[in-house]
Design a protein around this ligand. Structure first.
Ligand SMILES: *[C@@H]1O[C@H](CO)[C@@H](O)[C@H](O)[C@H]1NC(C)=O
Ligand SMILES: *[C@@H]1O[C@H](CO)[C@@H](O)[C@H](O)[C@H]1NC(C)=O
Ligand SMILES: *[C@@H]1O[C@H](CO)[C@@H](O)[C@H](O)[C@H]1NC(C)=O
Length: 535
């Protein structure tokens, strides 16, 4: 296990899962490579390593990414902040494009197998977001070496996965790649309905946001390229229907009108010592009420089980991207099934109403100010969980993924509740988020996946992406650049008292998101990139 990484929890599982064969001939395994800073170190006081693999060891080359990295040297003044950008932004291309090819039965159908980093499997959520980090560079192209082709390959492979096992969250290499399936030691102890094939599925946790991720990557490709025709080909429409059918099936409440316990389309139990790795009630999860219009999620985007199954951030995200994807279906016209587009628009609007109706609750800590906040989870019976977790979709990220705007007063109240050090109306400095972590190294949102004491840089990045406040942005950047343990990579979580104790040295999504955030600042707040972030 890596220097500094925490020897507990999912980090250990991740290590057991590493296949360790991802490297080209003579290239070091990036799991190991990313645990030591490499020369030349950056010239600032943090002396961050140079963490890009040698050019011959990178998994995909894009000239527009290289020219962006070169151009940003003139936009980012601080040498350590620039080094962090240089390492982080290309991380998915440098290390995680495990295989790219075409379908055995159709040479026009591109396929891209993107691993998360240290785990040799493709997550629907991670791969959609790994692609999103390059969205600002995406334009239409038929070239097989283009970013557009990478995107199409991800969408096609996700479609294949969803048609095979729409309740699952992470998947094995396509058979065309010749890469052997990875072994998931944990999943061998799972009892899941519906059953799945372990040659195709790496893990089968049903997460509503994984379904939304397919809509996200599709909408991102469409909005940047305008390539309507692609969506009429291969299996995209069938996969879209599978996504909608699966989500609709998970609107089933726990009890029928006469009290019968209704069969859940999905159940999951695992033999485990971690409560977040299995579901209560013999695999059903906690009960949900009828008639809310919300969709259940068994697991969160952290891959931890939900406490209450109406997980609000994923309902928000699904509603938003269903609406965006309906626009593709509208454009497809008679290529798409009749009434599909209209159904999607209506479903998206109803789901939005359900979130606003059932997902907003009073924050009990706000006292006389009676602030309304978005709940993290509800059950429709009246219980709610007020908290946030770093993984996207989170409540903090709701404007980032497009459900609401940063001026939404309920969002601002929620942000105040999530980020305990944010000024807000009401009693000073009360904290409504049990997963807000404080410390001298980094303060920010964490989550049960790595537990108390570990803040997740991803949440600090999202905080910047959803802020218009220069001081807040500068504070977060300062924390991010000073908390990498000298490695110059974005870790999954960092001990708030010790930057050398972190989890996951190779977490591609978080690195890409950091790059995406810096490019966003270049557009919105270029002056902040001209500042020094030295201590
Ligand atoms: C990327 O480019 C380098 C040369 O700069 C080359 O050695 C390497 O093989 C290329 N990688 C891929 C995946 O094409
Ligand atoms: C599982 O998938 C593999 C690869 O496609 C296939 O060879 C095998 O027959 C499948 N097993 C079952 C039980 O369907
Ligand atoms: C209760 O409702 C379920 C489905 O809603 C139905 O299948 C069942 O027959 C009903 N049972 C009784 C005793 O009415």
């Amino acid at each position: 296990m890596a220097r500094g990484s925490k020897l507990a929890g999912a980090g250990v599982l991740a290590c057991l899962w590493v296949a360790g064969t991802a490297s080209a001939q003579g290239c070091p395994d990036y799991s190991t490579y990313s645990t030591q800073p490499h020369q030349p170190l950056s010239s600032g006081s943090f002396q961050l390593g140079y963490m890009r693999p040698d050019p011959g060891c990178r998994t995909f080359n894009l000239s527009e990414v290289e020219s962006t990295i070169a151009a940003m040297a003139g936009s980012i003044a601080d040498p350590d902040l620039y080094r962090l950008f240089l390492n982080a932004f290309p991380n998915t291309l440098d290390t995680a494009i495990r295989w790219k090819g075409t379908a055995a039965d159709n040479p026009d159908e591109e396929l891209t197998f993107v691993i998360t980093g240290d785990i040799d499997a493709m997550w629907l959520r991670d791969s959609a977001n790994q692609m999103q980090s390059y969205k600002s560079l995406l334009k239409a192209s038929t070239d097989r070496n283009s970013l557009a082709s990478l995107y199409r390959g991800v969408i096609n492979l996700q479609a294949r996965y969803l048609l095979e096992s729409p309740f699952c969250n992470s998947f094995q290499p396509p058979v065309e790649s010749g890469i052997a399936p990875a072994t998931n030691g944990a999943a061998t102890d799972d009892t899941v309905t519906p059953p799945y094939n372990a040659s195709l599925v790496f893990e089968c946790k049903y997460e509503l946001d994984s379904l939304a991720a397919f809509l996200e990557v599709s909408a991102d490709y469409f909005s940047a390229t305008g390539d309507t025709a692609f969506f009429g080909k291969f299996n995209w429409l069938a996969a879209l229907q599978a996504v909608i059918n699966t989500a609709t099936s998970m609107m089933t409440p726990t009890y029928g009108s006469n009290g019968t316990v209704l069969a859940s389309p999905y159940t999951f139990t695992r033999l485990t010592t971690r409560s977040t790795e299995t579901l209560a009630n013999n695999g059903l999860g906690s009960p949900v009420a009828a008639g809310t219009g919300l969709i259940r999620s068994a697991f969160r985007p952290s891959d931890d089980s939900t406490l209450l199954q109406f997980f609000i951030p994923a309902n928000m995200m699904f509603s938003h991207y269903l609406e965006q994807t309906a626009k593709i279906v509208d454009k497809l016209g008679s290529t798409a099934p009749a009434a599909l587009g209209a159904h999607m628009h209506a479903f998206a609007a109803e789901l939005r109403e359900a979130v606003l109706h059932h997902g907003i609750v009073p924050d009990p800590n706000a006292g006389e100010f009676a602030a309304l906040v978005y709940a993290y989870e509800v059950d429709g019976f009246g219980s709610s969980i007020i908290m946030d977790d770093a993984n996207i979709p989170s409540l903090l990220s709701a404007p980032f993924f497009g459900f609401t705007s940063i001026s939404d007063p309920v969002y601002q109240n929620t942000r105040g509740a999530i980020l305990s050090d944010t000024p807000r109306p009401g009693p000073a400095q009360y904290n409504s988020n049990p997963y807000y972590m404080h410390g001298p190294v980094i303060s920010g949102v964490g989550g049960p996946h790595q537990g108390p004491g570990y803040a997740w840089p991803m949440a600090s990045i999202v905080r910047i992406l959803t802020s218009d406040d220069d001081d807040e942005i500068v504070d977060q950047l300062q924390m991010l650049v000073s908390s990498t343990g000298g490695l110059g990579l974005i870790h999954e979580s960092v001990n708030t008292f010790d930057q050398n104790t972190w989890t996951r040295q190779w977490f591609s999504w978080a690195n890409g998101l950091f790059g995406q955030m810096i490019l966003d600042l270049k557009e919105r707040k270029p002056d902040l990139l001209k500042m020094s972030y030295q201590p």
